[in-house]
Write a protein that binds this ligand. Structure first.
Ligand SMILES: [Zn+2]
Length: 362
């Protein structure tokens, strides 16, 4: 609480010292600072980037967060009649100074040790994708979903665990060839059983440097009582599902009060990145299978594997083993290779985008 009192004291000081020019619009701040705004309407927060600096703000918070480590006091933000966001003159000055890297106007950083202690981070300025975890669903004693068809007079079992492994191995080979410097990790390479907990542990224990990020792609096949159902789709975790993404023990005593907000911001960031990754993967698959009519889209779901992976994560369902037409394709190696290329195209598009935006989705 002492840190909070000090913080409020400084915020009041900043307000008192500021010239009272009245309200400043977000547009004015962007013009003055040379920053670019990315607004996330669904999750209700904005991100201003300028050079290496990233400032996240939410209209209902009284401070913004600079580079995921430092508080910048903004006081209460208000809405203009046209819906735009208004900053006080003092808040505008603080935000502009923060984006410019001007030290003297910001509150002293009670949160400074978070930057070092926050563990894996995909949003610190200039972060890059360093690892890709590919998770072929099921395996060994767990076949996943399966369906028996009769094709051309022959009985054929179409089994999820075989489909996911083939596609994962093809995808691995393509990613490894394109990104020899990245860690490309498979949660299984053979027909073996790997529990969901083990998969999550494999993903979460890939070693990363502080500015390195990773993504997790779980590969599955679908089934339905409706044999007419077909198509591919992707899933991500809904943002309301709370995960502990930052280890509270890694934070200093004075910064523990910030834990919930940092955690939720990391959560929102991972959600945005997961949505983008999912969209790019679906586009990638659509590009190779040329079947817009069977793109079932991107959906929210609190999947176990995805839920516990502390990174942007997407689960892809390649198609329905229960649909006769699609099941034929899912046992065709050439089609599975196409799907792998579609996944590869989507993932590499995400990686290029992520790296070019210094790790934050615009
Ligand atoms: Zn599955």
């Amino acid at each position: 609480m002492r840190a909070a009192a000090r913080f409020f004291g400084l915020a009041l000081f900043a307000l008192a010292a500021a010239p009272l020019f009245g309200d400043v619009t977000l547009d004015d701040i962007l013009k003055a600072s040379g920053g670019t705004l990315a607004w996330e309407p669904d999750l209700g927060y904005g991100v201003i980037t300028r050079g290496e600096n990233i400032l996240v703000f939410k209209p209902d918070m009284t401070w913004a967060l600079l580079n995921y480590a430092e508080k910048v006091p903004t006081g209460e933000l208000r809405r203009a009649p046209d819906g735009g966001i208004l900053f006080s003159a003092a808040a505008a000055r603080a935000v502009e100074a923060a984006l410019a890297g001007n030290e003297d106007i910001r509150a002293p950083a009670p949160t400074g040790d978070i930057a070092a202690g926050a563990g894996r981070s995909s949003s610190v300025a200039a972060s890059r994708i360093a690892a890709i975890v590919i998770d072929p669903g099921h395996g060994g004693k767990d076949p996943g979903t399966s369906h028996t068809h009769v094709f051309d007079g022959k009985t054929v079992d179409v089994v999820e665990k075989k489909i996911t492994l083939k596609v994962a191995l093809d995808l691995y080979a393509e990613l490894k060839a394109r990104y020899p410097g990245l860690k490309i990790v498979l949660t299984r390479t053979t027909d073996t059983y790997v529990s969901l907990e083990q998969r999550t542990i494999i993903a979460n224990s890939v070693p990363l440097a502080p500015n390195e990020a990773m993504i997790f792609v779980s590969i599955h096949a679908n089934a339905s009582f409706d044999y007419g159902a077909k198509g591919y789709e992707a899933w991500y975790l809904p943002p309301t599902y709370s995960r502990d993404l930052i280890d509270p023990n890694s934070l200093g005593e004075t910064t523990k009060e910030l834990y919930p907000i940092l955690n939720s911001m990391r959560e929102e960031e991972y959600t945005i990145e997961s949505v983008l990754l999912g969209k790019k993967i679906l586009e990638g698959i659509q590009g190779v299978v040329k079947g817009a009519e069977i793109d079932r889209g991107l959906k929210e779901e609190p999947w176990f594997v995805v839920r516990n992976a502390k990174m942007p994560a997407v689960l892809v369902e390649l198609g329905f083993v229960t649909n006769p037409e699609e099941a034929r394709l899912l046992i065709d190696d050439a089609y599975l290779k196409k799907l792998a290329t579609g996944l590869y195209n989507g993932i590499s598009s995400f990686v290029s985008y992520f790296d070019s935006t210094s790790g934050f989705t615009e």
